[in-house]
Design a protein around this ligand. Structure first.
Ligand code: GLN
Length: 534
């Protein structure tokens, strides 16, 4: 039978609950248990796909085409498990379903209410994921902070769920913050006590506390927390700020987090195999070199907007023993060519990531031109690939009036056009080409060598594509189309094999990179940069 672990957060938002949930997932996996993580988000959007990355960070895409919270990216990377639409629940999707049922007449005669209808739907989403994966452990993280109005139905659903599955089958972990007061030199426990009190007022007594802190927690303060929050002493865990998020599972293991959880869930502990993870952290801590990678986009003020891209670059860096420093380049600042050259001159590799809308496009085109002309290793992702094709058509093929139909309704040369299947699509929510699709690689190409395979599967999120009419002239001008959809119609990868590394892809490889298994395209990019630096 699946055992359930609920994770809530208190005191402040952005505590890193997702990392805690992902880390515990890793520790259980290291013991040979099967684990899935699930995220409940209290906002009313049906999914984060329609939200600006400025609002909610990156939209993570799963194999089955769900547009999900970025925490699913952490879960997949830490637990090395592919998740999907069952793993992200939002208030929006819950309400949408209940209201659809109401309109259909499923509740005819009844009043539809938060309790029991919304809470029942939340519980059935939890059980739905259980049914889908049948895991030993299911870790369910509730977004937001305890005390938020929005998250109340989720908290109530957990309360009911816990009592329904009974003692020993579910535990809850509360993540809090211990602020440090420099004037008195103290870590303060009061906000955590209050937060636990609020949680209790909703009927949930947390069994475990994970305390975010910048300083070690003195024994006396741990004891105080245990006493006031009614939690066993060994279940008050310290989560210190770390240089790398990948250190968190080891720090939690040192405090026997998984052991404490297993004991509460009446499951016999097993010896964990964390050797590979320890080696990974060893590599992270002892880089032998350094590489500066530019990410040129428009959401550069919020690094969470490109979190999977950043993590993928780091993963490749770990494998090559180099520290990756990201230089954020606001593409709008590159519209001026002189400025672009200035910003690019000290970088060893460039990524132009995905995006939507015309703002900053001319700057991205300049960045790509700079990379191509100066042979700086380049990786284009989705919009980054579309820009690479536009740049090539303009500056190498020499066409005038080249653009994507996303940015210009009627360009003379629409080298990027809306996909046929997208032309009659109505609305914006969940309507793009989403999720995993196969791609056939051209034998002997850079991509083929990098993947070491003839057919690959990668995740997508786009509406536009390379216009097939331009494949021939672009090919004649030297651009290699090294990856195509199985029907040969959709361009998935372009490359310039004469350069040290110039690869651009219509998909999002960043969603499949793992800390101990970097994605071949990110690895290729960093390998090339390291080689040049040497
Ligand atoms: N805006 C482009 C499209 O819809 C690229 C999307 C992306 O980068 N994810 O095709």
């Amino acid at each position: 039978m699946t055992k359930y672990i609920f994770i809530t957060g208190g005191v402040v938002s952005s505590l890193g609950k997702g990392i805690v949930a992902a880390s515990l997932g890793r520790l259980l996996r290291a013991r040979g248990f099967s684990v899935i993580n699930q995220k409940c988000d209290p906002y009313i959007n049906v999914d984060p796909g329609t939200m600006s990355p400025f609002q909610h960070g990156e939209v993570f895409v799963t194999d089955d085409g769900a547009e999900t919270d970025l925490d699913l990216g952490h879960y997949e990377r830490f637990t090395d498990t592919n998740l999907g639409k069952y793993n992200n629940v939002t208030s929006g999707s819950v309400y949408q379903h209940v209201i659809q049922k109401e309109r259909r007449g499923d509740y005819l005669g009844g009043t539809v209410q938060v309790i029991p209808h919304i809470t029942n739907e939340i519980k059935s989403r939890i059980l739905g994921a259980t049914k889908q994966f049948n895991p030993d452990f299911q870790l369910i993280e509730i977004g937001g902070t305890i005390g938020d109005i929005e998250s109340l139905p989720f908290i109530e659903a957990i309360r009911q769920f816990k009592s329904e599955v009974g003692i020993g089958n579910a535990v809850s972990i509360h993540c809090t913050l211990l602020p440090y007061l420099p004037t008195s030199g103290e870590l303060k426990t009061k906000p955590s006590q209050h937060s636990v009190n609020v949680l209790r007022s909703y009927g949930i007594q947390p069994e475990i506390l994970v305390c975010r802190t910048s300083k070690p927690i003195p024994k006396t303060e741990k004891e105080k927390l245990a006493l006031f929050c009614s939690v066993p002493k060994e279940a008050v865990l310290e989560c210190r700020d770390m240089k790398s998020i990948y250190e968190v599972p080891l720090a939690m293991e040192e405090q026997n987090m998984a052991g404490v959880v297993l004991k509460m869930l009446q499951v016999e502990d097993r010896k964990p195999d964390l050797n590979a993870w320890k080696k990974l952290v060893e590599n992270i801590k002892n880089p032998k070199g350094q590489i500066t990678v530019a990410i040129a986009g428009k959401y550069t003020k919020l690094s969470d907007a490109y979190i999977s891209v950043v993590e993928s670059l780091k993963h490749a860096g770990y494998a090559d023993g180099v520290k990756i420093d990201i230089k954020w380049i606001n593409s709008e600042e590159c519209v001026d060519w002189k400025n672009c050259k200035e910003l690019m001159k000290d970088v060893q590799a460039v990524v132009v990531p995905g995006g939507f809308g015309v703002r900053g496009i001319e700057g991205k085109l300049n960045v790509i031109r700079y990379a191509r002309e100066n042979d700086v290793p380049f990786l284009g992702l989705c919009l980054g690939m579309q820009c690479a094709v536009i740049e090539y058509a303009r500056n190498v093929l020499g066409l005038k009036g080249v653009n994507s139909k996303e940015f210009d309704e009627n360009p003379e040369h629409p080298v990027i056009d809306m996909m046929l299947e997208q032309k009659n699509v109505q609305g914006y929510g969940g309507t793009m080409r989403l999720g995993a699709y196969d791609c056939i690689l051209k034998k002997g190409s850079v991509a083929h060598k990098a993947y070491g395979s003839d057919v690959i599967s990668e995740r997508h999120r786009h509406r536009y594509e390379v216009n097939v009419e331009y494949i021939k002239p672009l090919t004649d001008a030297g651009l290699v189309f090294s990856g195509m959809s199985p029907d040969g119609m959709l361009s998935e990868i372009v490359e310039l094999p004469k350069l040290k590394w110039f690869v651009a892809v219509q998909f999002h490889p960043e969603f499949k990179s793992r800390p101990d298994r970097p994605h071949p395209l990110f690895k290729g990019l960093i390998d090339a940069a390291v080689k040049i630096k040497k």
